[in-house]
Design a protein around this ligand. Structure first.
Ligand code: FRU
Length: 699
């Protein structure tokens, strides 16, 4: 008896265990439809593997196969029918996307009658071809025989349907829902925090003031309580107002939308600026992603650094202009976002200048920003500020319309000799990377006067994106030349009369190895006519921040045997970082390093150093410098090796003392325990004056 009872209990336990598991009815992972029958052409002979030719990107399906009736485009029609099955579980869960028409539909047929149906939506917010979880409650049909029929009889727009992962289950799939919340902006808590889960699905978050849209952004809005960090939006301009936040198609059981909160300060943690992989004397935004420096400008006693910025993700997206200021070019204070993306699109790269003669009518000495807006073509737009804190977009934007697709990254400056503004703009024209030259009396009305041609697009990147053009003295003056470059830094030297640039030499490499830098720009209106460059440096961060800027570099021109060449010297302000006097390498101990290599190498010798374990060596036989995993040509004369090496917690930059060579390394990250500088083959050196400063952190 006991034995029998035990057997019954076991069977019950086993069957309930089986009962609790989902049954995958169809996953469409095979090469054909198996027992499913198809007619017409829309479904082809078997499941699609993702997106079909000419279709927008399909996502949200499981595995590699799915039903996709875009075979032959929207105009093809067909039907796909499952084998018969018996309904034994209360829910049928599936993923569905594509057309939302009556005749792009998936149905559950019992005795030939459609008992349930589902369709796509034509346009899903996350991208029109995203398959979304759906379910049918079929509990009342328990025990019935049924088939699933997928029909595409629609021709024209959204004339297709996508289906995947049909599962019989005891519980419904999580559905997506449109969310709305009201928030009252209390002046003492104006900062909206948005929980971000890195790598999660992106949702478009929209804010409204009444019916007026005021902000939008795409964020990996957390759906569970384990957000990695929070993106911040300052709503102080709306203090006292009732705003509405919406997110469409958010998981019904998601917790992140409700967790969006109002706070007294921007999102911060005690770890900020002290994170293991946070550069300690290079600028990096506190949170989010940055790329290009923008609007570099000295204004009212401050260096302004704007930058391509995603406040809501650690990857590229939502391009805003982030903003930081410095009184000394070394210590930076991050401010609120200066330019938000808006109905004109994202705020792409651009520049700034002080309008000393109030030519634009924005006010005396207004700081004028010019940026590319990406909505409706790629247009050039102005914004201005009188205080360096609050930025107003010009109501008459754009000031330069779309010329060719993707023209962008305007750089403006006042050209004294011709008494007018000059704008240089990246334009992809006739298959070439070119820089268009424009003139204006007032920053608003622009006339194109010239073109500087770079490489054929696809074949080289000379003069691609982010142009800069400026004059520099040769060997300190009075003779001068003009320099032009694009984002790679490869440059031309020549003359410029306000309308036309005439090159003397071009395609000159700016850095010994340009991989770690990109899209460098120079400051406008710097005191004493200085020309200071800041590159974007690919410093990888951590969960809540990513990327950074290279050290500020003073530019110059030097006459060499090969011609006039650009020089890069670390800005003299960086000396402020030094903590005490320089010591010989062997006495050095510290995390943040400025090392001065100053020695003579015996003929044919190779000498080396390990800066906190990062190897840097010079081979006098080949005239090459090797640093970490990179080896570059690095000419020296009379065996004199003179370098300045900056080593941060992440990232390293090496400059030759004559400024003709610069090697940035973004990936190096020394072991925290190693705080020494070692010398290898000291016997290969004479006149060894090598010494190093310990540096302070800037945060
Ligand atoms: C260069 C660039 C620019 C563009 C910006 C967008 O890195 O592609 O041309 O304005 O980034 O973030």
């Amino acid at each position: 008896m006991r034995k029998l009872l035990a057997a019954i209990v076991m069977t019950a336990a086993m069957s309930s265990a089986v009962f609790a598991e989902d049954t995958v009815f169809a996953d469409f992972e095979g090469n054909d439809y198996g027992a499913w029958k198809t007619s017409g052409t829309a479904f082809g002979d078997g499941p699609a593997h993702g997106t079909l030719p000419n279709q927008m990107t399909v996502s949200g399906y499981k595995g590699r196969g799915l039903v996709n009736s875009y075979r032959g485009g929207d105009n093809s029609v067909g039907v796909l029918t499952s084998p018969e099955f018996q309904i034994a579980k209360p829910y049928i869960n599936f993923l569905i996307g594509g057309g939302g028409h009556n005749d792009t539909v998936m149905e559950l047929l019992v005795e030939g009658k459609a008992m349930r149906s589902a369709r796509g939506e034509n346009v899903n917010p996350g991208g029109s071809e995203v398959l979304r979880p759906e379910f049918w409650d079929v509990s009342e049909l328990n025990g019935k025989k049924a088939v699933i029929r997928i029909t595409d009889r629609h021709t024209g727009g959204w004339g297709h349907i996508n289906v995947d992962h049909i599962v019989f289950s005891d519980s419904p799939a999580t559905r997506f829902t449109d969310c709305t919340r009201a928030v009252t902006v209390d002046a003492s808590k104006p900062y909206l925090w948005v929980p971000i889960k890195n790598g999660g699905e992106k949702f478009r978050v929209e804010l409204f003031d009444g019916s007026k849209p005021i902000h939008y952004f795409d964020a990996e809005l957390a759906t569970t309580a384990d957000a990695d960090w929070q993106g911040t939006l300052n709503l102080a301009p709306y203090a006292g107002k009732n705003l509405r936040i919406t997110v469409k198609k958010y998981p019904e059981d998601g917790t992140g939308f409700a967790a969006i909160s109002m706070n007294a300060a921007p999102y911060s943690t005690p770890q900020d600026y002290r994170e293991t992989r946070r550069a300690q004397f290079h600028f990096q935004p506190r949170h989010g992603w940055n790329n290009d420096p923008n609007g570099l400008c000295f204004f009212k006693g401050e260096w302004h650094l704007f930058f391509q910025y995603n406040p809501y993700g650690r990857n590229w997206g939502n391009m805003h202009w982030g903003h930081a200021v410095s009184k000394d070019l070394v210590h930076w204070r991050e401010l609120d976002v200066a330019l938000y993306q808006d109905e004109s699109g994202m705020m792409f790269s651009g520049s700034a200048a002080i309008d000393r003669n109030n030519t634009a009518g924005f006010g005396n000495n207004a700081q004028v920003l010019i940026y590319t807006a990406t909505g409706g073509g790629s247009t050039q737009c102005l914004a201005y500020s009188l205080d360096g804190r609050n930025y107003t977009k010009y109501a008459g934007n754009p000031v330069v319309g779309n010329i060719t697709a993707g023209n962008r990254d305007p750089k403006i400056f006042w050209h004294q000799p011709s008494g007018q503004w000059v704008l240089v703009l990246y334009i992809n024209q006739d298959g070439y990377h070119t820089i268009g030259i424009f003139n204006s009396p007032n920053l608003k009305d622009w006339t194109r006067t010239g073109t500087i041609r770079g490489d054929k697009s696809g074949q080289g990147n000379f003069l691609y994106e982010c142009p800069d053009l400026f004059e520099l003295p040769v060997d300190g003056g009075p003779e001068t030349r003009w320099v032009v470059f694009g984002a790679s830094g490869a440059y031309a030297v020549g003359t410029f009369d306000g309308k036309t640039f005439t090159a003397e030499a071009e395609r000159l490499p700016a850095y010994a190895d340009a991989v770690a830098y990109y899209a460098a720009q120079s400051f406008s209106d710097a005191p004493d006519g200085r020309r200071i460059l800041v590159p974007w440096m690919h410093l990888e961060g951590e969960a809540s921040f990513n990327q950074g800027m290279g050290l500020p570099q003073e530019l110059g021109l030097k006459r060499t045997a090969a011609g006039i060449r650009l020089t890069h010297t670390p800005a003299r302000e960086l000396a402020k970082l030094r903590d005490g006097d320089a010591v010989p390498f062997e006495n050095f101990s510290g995390e943040l390093v400025e090392a001065i290599v100053d020695c003579r190498i015996r003929d044919g010798e190779t000498v080396g150093f390990k800066f906190r374990g990062i190897p840097v060596s010079y081979d006098s036989k080949t005239g090459t410098l090797a640093a970490d995993s990179v080896r570059v040509t690095w000419p020296i004369t009379d065996g004199q090796l003179k370098l300045t090496v900056y080593l941060d917690r992440v990232g390293m930059e090496i400059f030759s003392a004559d400024g003709l060579n610069c090697l940035p390394l973004a990936k190096v990250a020394p072991n925290p325990a190693n705080v020494k500088i070692e010398t290898e083959n000291a016997a290969g050196m004479i006149e060894n004056r090598n010494r190093a400063y310990r540096l302070n952190r800037i945060w």
